[in-house]
Every structure is written in C-alpha cells, then in structure tokens.
Design a protein around this ligand. Structure first.
Ligand SMILES: C[S@@+](CC[C@H](N)C(=O)[O-])C[C@H]1O[C@@H](n2cnc3c(N)ncnc32)[C@H](O)[C@@H]1O
Length: 466
C-alpha cells in the first residue's frame, strides 16, 4: 500500500517544523505557572525531571486531600456512548431529567433494535422478540421523554435543563447558556452542522463526522483541536488588528499571520509528543512482521480523515494545521496521554435511592420504576465515557506505587479531572499516579506500560524484576 503524501506538508515544511518544535523552556514554565494559578492548586510543573515534565507538590498533603481539579483543554464523549446518556457537550454533566435520561436511552435502543430487525420479528408494540429486556410501550417512553410522566422521588435528583446548540445542529446540547457559548466560541462554531455553522461546507463536515464515527472517534477530538486553534487564531488576529488601529479585521499583515498562529497553537504544543502511526500500540492480532503495513494503514486512515476535515473547515491563514504531520501529532497526543473522561450516571444514584427506601415506600415506588429498570437491564447506569486532554494531569508521571490517584468525589459531576492524595505527600515531592492497574503482576504491568512507550523502573518494578 502506498503511503499518503500530503501536499501541505511539502508546501509549509518550515512552518510545520516550527509548530512541532518543543516550545522554549521559559515559555513552558510561564504557561504552566499561569495554569497552576488559574486552577488554584499548590503544585509546580518542573521540566527537568528524569522523565521530562513532572508535577511537584508545593505544600504538604495528607491522604485523601484534594491535589488538583483539572479542566480539560479538549474532550469528547465516545460516539457509541451517546445512546447511553445525554450530557452537556462542553462540561459533560448529565442534563435534562432522570426521566429524559431513561426515556431517551430506551427510545434510541428501540430505534436501533428496529433498524437491525427490519425483517419483521417485532411484536405489536414494536418490540423485538429477540430482545431479552422487558419491552415498554412507546407511549410510556414518550411520556418519560416529554416530561408528562414523573417517576417517584426523581425530584431529589434534579438535573440542569437542556439548552440546544445555538447553531441548530441537534447534535450538541448544553447544561447552560454559558456552556453553549463557551463551546461555540472555543470549538463548535466551526464543527456545527446546523444552519448557523461557520463551516464553509457543512456537507463535507457531515461526511467527516460519519467517517470518524465509522472508523475512530479520536478524529473528532483532533478536529476539535484544529477548530480550537483556528478560532483562537482569529481572536488573536482581531485583537492584533484592533491594537494596530485598523478597522478591517480581515487585514493582518502577512508577517503577523504565522506568529499569531504559533501563539494560538501554544496550549496544544505543550501536550503533543509523537505521531499517531508511530506511537500506536500494535494490536495483539497483528503480527510483528506486518507492523510496517499496519502503521502505513493507520497513516492512510488519518490522511483520509484529514482530507474530509480540510474540505469542511479549511482556513488559508491556518493552512499548516491541515498537514498530515500536525494531524498525526495531535492524535498521538491523545494516544500517549490516554486520559479517560468519565462522569458517573445520576440514574444509578436514583435506582439505588429507590432500593434503599423503607419497605412500604419502596414497594409503592417500584410499582412504577421496576418496569423501566427491567427494560434498561444490566446497562441501567452507564456513565458518560470519552477521551479528554487535561493539561496539568497529563504532566503527571507514572509509578506503580503512586502517591495520588484520579478519583471522582460525590460533588465531581462534570468532565473535570480530580486527583486526590493516596497518602501524605511532602512539599517538594513528585506527584505520581498509576496509568494502569498497579495491582497487576509485574509482566502485565510492563506490557501495558509499553503502550505509553516506557519501561517502568519504580522501586516496586525494580524489586519485582530482580
Ligand atoms: C502523561 S505523560 C507524563 C508527562 C511527561 N513526562 C511529559 O514530559 O510530558 C506520559 C509520558 O511520560 C513519560 N513517563 C511517565 N512516567 C514515566 C515513568 N515512570 N518512567 C519513564 N517515563 C515515564 C513517558 O514518556 C510517557 O509516555
């Protein structure tokens, strides 16, 4: 198979290599100092550790102390998870109501079943006889979704009302107007397929999204990074033109364009490491003698996706962002940092609450709720799941005897990352987390860590290796 050749890589090779060069250390230091101040945490990012960047404590922490609440730079819910829960497309908290969450999931599942089961094994209520789950009449599902059926005690689990996308795409929903605006300004205005989109070609955008959903939804994250950079560039340019006293914001001098693009790209430049097709772990079913072919296929897939994205949101002044080299580095950033986005489902809390009620109340409530719980089956409480890039958490190095861990507390109901201390951590000590299940045997740990491109030599590994 031929390797893809991207004309933009050749045309803008100088600018691309500047964008991909590690930022100067003082700039890195300044960026992370500003971030630490914004997050109001007592941490310091050092750039000279034995594993590159690392996060260090600036105070003494006790076990269970909150070390960091990190906000994501960019994140997305997995496409397949969108059936299971309706969350804010910006902060990822659950929205609507317990009834809407349950009704929507049953409705979408039913649609899926009907689509697969077109050849007629449905009963009178439109339910597939092959489904093992309890079927619910369509009108009950509709009543849940339109709010005319209120489940007992659901008022104890209020969720924010659903705010639709201002661009009218019916794909993105929010918990508030401020989240809708923030998403629009930072990412979505260019990636919206609604009538209000700023994308010059929403048809191409739909094709890009379809391709990502069918191949790898990591491309959606990469598109968000590119959109974020273009929109940041446009804001920086407008501010620059205004500062220069010009009135037409479309007129920045040519020599200003690239420095402004470099500035817009800065938050991303702090995170990327290697190209996706070079760092992706070889799947178990691919033989090592087929490795080169596999990596080339991955590169070609990325090129295919990039061409669709380019057709949809290309901006001449930001042309280097549409190079395959840049695209590969952006995707590699998610591959190597591999930070999960998880938000627990309030539907789980709701059913647990019903289960814990005094017997008589429970019996009464279950007369209404049981049918829905049975229909949802084992998947009744699937959390919101996705991938995100957290700028500070992604500077934390791994240890198999970590002193901190990612842990969502009761109050952490959005997509932010929470790191808590597992033990006392003295001022000046490095904060480490485990990227894997640290209780696995040595060989298995090393195998999983190889996906992150390193061999762990923490005291536990050194001890177990000898
Ligand atoms: C999430 S980043 C952590 C921050 C990273 N040190 C940096 O400079 O950006 C993960 C990468 O850090 C390095 N790393 C993290 N923990 C390590 C360890 N215990 N030993 C060696 N390298 C490690 C590996 O290169 C890994 O792919």
């Amino acid at each position: 198979m031929e390797a893809s050749v991207c004309p933009i890589d050749a045309q803008f090779s100088g600018q691309i290599s500047t964008l991909l060069s590690p930022p100067p250390l003082p700039q890195v230091q300044e960026y992370f100092e500003a971030l630490v101040t914004e997050r109001q945490c007592h941490l310091k990012v050092k750039t000279d550790g034995k594993h590159g960047k690392g996060v260090y404590s600036e105070v003494d922490f006790q076990g269970d102390d909150l070390v960091l609440r990190d906000q994501m730079l960019v994140g997305a819910q997995h496409s397949s998870n969108k059936i299971d829960c309706l969350v804010c497309s910006f902060c990822f908290q659950f929205i609507g109501s317990i009834e809407l969450q349950i009704g929507r999931k049953l409705y979408l599942e039913e649609l899926g079943v009907s689509a697969i089961d077109e050849c007629g094994s449905s009963d009178d209520m439109g339910c597939s006889s092959s489904s093992e789950k309890t079927c619910i009449p369509q009108d009950s599902i509709q009543s849940l979704m339109n709010g005319s059926l209120q489940l007992p005690y659901s008022e104890n689990f209020p969720l924010p009302s659903v705010v639709p996308c201002p661009g009218g795409c019916k794909e993105a929903y929010y918990c508030s107007k401020s989240c809708a605006e923030a998403d629009w300004d930072s990412f979505h205005s260019l990636l919206c397929i609604g009538h209000g989109s700023s994308s010059p070609n929403t048809e191409a955008l739909s094709k890009f999204i379809k391709h990502a959903n069918e191949t790898n939804d990591i491309f959606i994250l990469a598109a968000k990074v590119i959109s974020f950079t273009i929109l940041r560039y446009r804001k920086l340019k407008a501010a620059h033109v205004e500062q220069e006293g010009k009135h037409d914001t479309s007129n920045a001098c040519d020599s200003c364009i690239f420095p402004l693009l470099l500035e817009a790209w800065k938050p991303v430049s702090m995170g990327f490491k290697r190209r996706w097709w070079e760092c992706i772990a070889l799947p178990e079913d691919v033989d090592s003698c087929e490795e080169a072919e596999f990596r080339m296929q991955i590169k070609n897939l990325a090129f295919e996706s990039l061409q669709l994205l380019k057709e949809a949101i290309y901006d001449r002044e930001c042309a280097p962002l549409f190079s395959l080299d840049i695209y590969g580095h952006i995707i590699g950033m998610f591959e190597l940092n591999n930070l999960d986005l998880v938000v627990a489902s309030p539907v789980e809390d709701y059913f647990l609450y019903i289960d814990d009620l005094p017997v008589s109340q429970k019996k009464k409530a279950e007369k209404i709720t049981k049918i829905f719980l049975d229909a949802l089956g084992e998947d009744y409480s699937i959390s919101c799941q996705g991938t995100a890039f957290f700028p500070l958490q992604s500077c934390m190095n791994h240890s198999c005897i970590p002193n901190a861990k990612a842990f969502k507390r009761e109050e952490d109901r959005d997509g932010g990352a929470t790191i808590v201390a597992l033990q006392s951590i003295a001022k000046g000590e490095e904060i480490t987390i485990s990227y894997i299940d640290e209780d696995l045997p040595y060989e298995e740990r090393q195998k999983l860590l190889a996906d992150y491109g390193f061999i762990c030599r923490c005291p536990k590994c050194v001890d177990e290796a000898s």
